[in-house]
Ligand binder design. Structure first.
Ligand code: AHR
Length: 503
């Protein structure tokens, strides 16, 4: 039997854009065990003097996460940031209405800034435009970024932080289009308040960048009119618009689930077009780019979450345990972000620890890596440079929601400085391996350094606390380059990273 074939032509001149490294960002929300028992557990044997788990810090550092969104998510829309600063012993415990828990406020703005330093990340701070507004938002910018000599900046100094945090990127609320949001707004209501908050936040610190809330998914009935309306209000004062999207395999239809990134692709196209429509309408010279600041697979924990006792502290919420199949979807989502590197400048895998996360922890115990950790690690580590625009031919299939789904999902990143070329590829075929022949004639002298493969004979295989290494990558892939041609076999249902370097 002959093997299915795919082909790819790579030319260094055919480029999409330089990758903005912030597309490898992530997200920590005050939700479930992300903060408490996740990054912060003062009684843990591996906690540092500030209570941060150093085993988790090491795993996050390995991922090289450039930016982390904080403190929410839905949480931020009911959050009083003032509750989370100053002496810990007098911080207020609050009913947290977004996730129906109790928030102890033992971690807040300053602690999170400290943690971000530990993991070599920038903070992407969200302000509350649900229950609060312009005043709380501008005060928080002053507290974080103003050097000193004013009420809010001196308050920060009095809390032990002489140097300002210099937070560059700020989100103007979260998912304000969603009826589940505390203080949900219509597009006009949100557009107005976002514009006014944006204006004064930039008056406090003109160096900041602002992210306007787009739709919380393509499934929203207000999408994409929401984007058009809010941009019409705030276009001149913002730098990015947000996109959020989660996928799941609720019907057990793997072929369809594996094609989810085609929806993500369409989402990006629609938001880019809407931004550019408003740009044209306003005769503006400025381009608003995209911040895909929540993306992932999320569905495994939905049922369990309905059984959580309300008003507990840091319960195990949204603790999806990911399969091999989920790792492939995450791989395809990463490839999709790369393919749109010309407009997607920030992206956050939601989330980072315990809550729909690549890293899991046990209270008092160890930390382990989920299946999705690996595509995220590989893309973040090797996907820095210029994204190429390869010519790809691949067999295709149809699924319940998609037609012409390419079996080969792939892109490549060229790092000229390091003289490295990396091909990322998912073989979506459920039955067969796929032969890939790649024309790399223009990469004279480049040889395969390694071909990493993530695969498993059981597509539903997961890592767990007891079996953390059930799904791990190996580097026994078959890629070989010879005379300007690279050949390899991509195993069925596999994530592949083919790394070449000039010898
Ligand atoms: O990431 C989990 C939740 O998903 C976030 O709080 C919210 O913004 C989104 O609906």
């Amino acid at each position: 039997m002959t093997m299915k074939k795919s082909r790819m032509v790579l030319e260094p001149e055919f480029q999409i854009a330089e990758v903005d490294n912030r597309i490898y960002g992530s997200f920590i929300e005050h939700l479930g065990r992300a903060v408490y028992e996740g990054i912060y557990e003062p009684d843990h044997p591996l906690a540092n003097e500030d209570g941060f788990r150093m085993d988790v810090v090491e795993l996050v550092k390995e991922l090289q996460v450039p930016i982390v969104r904080y403190p929410g998510g839905n949480f931020v829309s009911g959050y009083n940031w003032e509750d989370g600063v100053g002496p810990k012993e007098v911080r207020k415990r609050r009913l947290e209405l977004a996730w129906r828990t109790i928030e102890t406020n033992q971690v807040g703005t300053n602690e999170f800034a400290d943690w971000a330093k530990l993991v070599n990340s920038e903070v992407m701070m969200a302000v509350n435009l649900g229950t609060r507004g312009v005043d709380a938002a501008r005060n928080l910018v002053e507290y974080c970024n103003h050097p000193s000599g004013t009420y809010w900046s001196d308050l920060r100094v009095s809390h032990g932080y002489r140097e300002p945090h210099k937070i560059k990127t700020w989100c103007l609320g979260n998912e304000m289009d969603g009826p589940w949001q505390i203080g949900h707004k219509t597009a006009d209501e949100y557009g107005r308040v976002a514009l006014e908050a944006a204006k004064v936040m930039k008056w406090v610190d003109p160096s900041i960048d602002l992210v306007l809330c787009g739709s919380s998914g393509t499934q929203m009935p207000t999408f994409p009119q929401w984007e058009a309306t809010v941009l019409d209000h705030a276009y001149d004062h913002v730098d990015y618009i947000s996109l959020h999207r989660y996928y799941g395999n609720r019907d057990g239809d793997t072929a369809n689930f594996l094609a989810s990134s085609l929806d993500m692709e369409q989402f990006i196209h629609t938001v880019v077009s809407t931004c550019d429509y408003i740009k044209a309408k306003k005769r503006s010279n400025k381009t608003v780019n995209l911040s895909f600041d929540e993306w992932n697979v999320w569905f495994h924990s939905n049922e369990a979450d309905t059984k959580i006792e309300p008003w507990s502290i840091a319960p195990p919420q949204l603790e999806d345990i990911y399969t091999m199949e989920d790792a492939l979807v995450v791989g395809s989502m990463l490839i999709t972000l790369l393919k749109h590197a010309d407009r997607v400048k920030i992206a956050c895998l939601a989330q980072l620890v315990n809550v729909i996360a690549p890293i899991m922890t046990t209270a008092g115990g160890g930390a382990w890596k989920q299946t999705i950790y690996y595509p995220y690690l590989h893309a973040s580590r090797y996907g820095r440079g210029r994204v190429l625009n390869p010519l790809i031919s691949s067999p295709k299939y149809d699924s319940k929601d998609f037609t012409d789904v390419p079996v080969l999902d792939s892109t490549a990143v060229f790092n000229e400085e390091k003289q490295e070329l990396t091909i990322f590829a998912v073989n979506r075929d459920m039955v067969d391996a796929l032969q890939l022949e790649c024309d790399v004639r223009s990469f004279d002298g480049y040889q395969v350094v390694e071909h990493i493969v993530l695969e498993h004979e059981d597509i539903k295989a997961r890592n767990t606390h007891d079996e953390p290494n059930r799904v791990v990558p190996h580097n026994r892939g078959s890629a070989k380059a010879n005379d300007g041609s690279l050949e390899c076999v991509l195993p069925k249902l596999s994530w592949n990273v083919i790394r070449l370097r000039k010898k």
